[in-house]
Write a protein that binds this ligand. Structure first.
Ligand SMILES: Cc1cc2nc3c(=O)[nH]c(=O)nc-3n(C[C@H](O)[C@H](O)[C@H](O)COP(=O)(O)OP(=O)(O)OC[C@H]3O[C@@H](n4cnc5c(N)ncnc54)[C@H](O)[C@@H]3O)c2cc1C
Length: 434
């Protein structure tokens, strides 16, 4: 037990690693105007991208957040930039027809390239790297299923991949736990804290007002406007955007009934030696496993650490218990690092949906982009731009994800009591495919 006590109690920080470089700091309080063109609720990627585009289009914008701007998942995530959903292309083509399935995946591809173009255009220094991703198969059946999932993406969309058989696995990831895997060579990764901060700075330079430490209590459509009640006063806006994803409050009833918040856990190791890092992640790729409820490992973009996570959706209790759980994951997957300590451990909230798809749309001047199912860097950023275009009535606002109904279930009010059970079911299903 001694090593575990060291991890939990000695020098670990229970906050996101990204905050060392980009801590969310509350803005000085602003006097809220009685009226804005657009009020954005939530200051993550979705909210900030929408604010940036709308402010540049000359609209008056206020971004409201109950915490310091960026304290939600935006500065807590793993920084993986990909172009997949929880449903494969083949599954979506089967369910929605070939054209619609392809439309979803083409838009994901656009979202991925859009983030990279935005980072370059806006000169956001967020350590963008394009070393690709390794998906580690958790069984022989998963290995075959991976190939079956990736091949239609290559055939229809030209997305490259390479299968890596088990005997060669160590050239991609320093673990013998898996059964080979697949490399997607062109996927990317970022420093999430620096990316969000850069996006926020650009939105502010464009004229968006940030009012953080301001809790929104009600958003009510009223004829041609929207009334927004906050703990710092009431304002009206011609349009409002709900960009609260996994932090959507119960008070936003229609939205809370459609998103399923679930907690994700992450940790950073202390600095590793160059040899340890090279052995663990030889090509500096991001790594995920092939399960529905993934374990994931990546090199930090700005230090010699590994950042990793897993056990999503199952509450682990105290921060020290989360750290112990994550250290157990490190020892299981990369036993050669068993003596390595953790420097940071943290959690954040993602949003699932009942159809495991992201959703975008609007009703009565209240617009939303929600339910990113663990892919909010590309999709949130992209939806922010789409929402800005929708509000301006531009054709670029069209989205394949606006065309499917946003489902809920009877009696669901936003309390995700069933998430741990659902996660255990997914784990059982994955084990069944072993
Ligand atoms: C641990 C973890 C790892 C992840 N890894 C990845 C990854 O590698 N790649 C990826 O693409 N995605 C990842 N995700 C998901 C991704 O981070 C999110 O989907 C994305 O950040 C959502 O962005 P957002 O702007 O919509 O919402 P958020 O960034 O979550 O922002 C929502 C904001 O709404 C605010 N809010 C809530 N209620 C109110 C209220 N009443 N009034 C005012 N403000 C309110 C919150 O304070 C919060 O700041 C991860 C998430 C977590 C938690």
């Amino acid at each position: 037990m001694k090593d575990l006590d060291d991890i939990a109690l000695r020098s670990i920080k229970f906050e996101p690693y990204w905050w060392d470089a980009a801590r969310p700091e509350p803005h000085p309080a602003v006097a809220l105007a009685p009226q804005y063109d657009v009020a954005v609720v939530g200051s993550g990627f979705t909210g900030m991208r929408a604010a940036l585009e709308l402010a540049r289009a000359g609209r008056s914008i206020v971004v409201l957040d109950k915490e310091a701007a960026g304290s939600g998942a935006a500065r807590r995530n793993a920084g993986y930039l990909g172009r997949v959903l929880k449903h494969s292309l083949a599954a979506l083509m089967k369910k929605h027809g070939e054209a619609q399935g392809l439309a979803f995946y083409r838009e994901l591809g656009e979202a991925f390239t859009d983030v990279i173009a935005l980072i370059e255009r806006e000169r956001i220094d967020c350590r963008l790297s394009r070393h690709g991703r390794f998906i580690a198969a958790t069984s022989v059946k998963h290995y075959d299923a991976l190939a079956a999932d990736l091949e239609p993406m290559r055939r229809h969309l030209g997305y490259p991949y390479e299968m890596v058989p088990k005997p060669e696995q160590r050239r991609e990831f320093g673990s013998d736990l898996y059964h080979g895997g697949a490399v997607i060579p062109d996927l990317a990764a970022i420093h999430s804290g620096l990316y969000h901060r850069g996006l926020m700075e650009r939105a502010k330079e464009a004229g968006a007002v940030i009012s953080d430490m301001t809790e929104v209590r009600a958003v009510t459509p009223e004829r041609d406007a929207v009334r927004i009640v906050t703990d710092r006063g009431t304002l009206t806006a011609k349009d409002a955007i709900i960009a609260t994803n996994g932090y959507t409050p119960r008070g936003l009833n229609w939205f809370a009934r459609r998103v399923i918040p679930f907690q994700a856990h992450m940790a950073a190791t202390e600095e590793l030696t160059a040899a340890q890092l090279q052995d663990a992640i030889p090509n500096r790729r991001t790594m995920i496993d092939s399960n529905t409820n993934i374990d994931f490992f990546r090199p930090a973009p700005d230090s010699a650490r590994l950042l990793f996570g897993g056990g999503t959706g199952i509450p682990r209790g105290e921060p020290a218990a989360i750290a112990r759980f994550l250290h157990g994951l490190l020892r299981r997957v990369l036993p050669q690092l068993a003596a390595v300590k953790l420097s940071h451990a943290w959690t954040g909230y993602c949003a699932g949906t009942f159809d495991m798809m992201p959703h975008i749309g609007g009703r009565e001047h209240v617009w939303y982009g929600l339910g990113y199912n663990f892919a909010g860097i590309p999709i949130g950023t992209h939806f922010g731009a789409k929402l800005a275009a929708m509000i301006q009535g531009k054709p670029e606002g069209r989205s394949a994800f606006a065309e499917t109904p946003f489902p809920t279930l009877p009696l669901y009010s936003g309390d995700p009591w069933f998430v741990p059970m659902a996660m255990r079911y997914f784990d059982w299903k994955d084990r069944k495919r072993a």
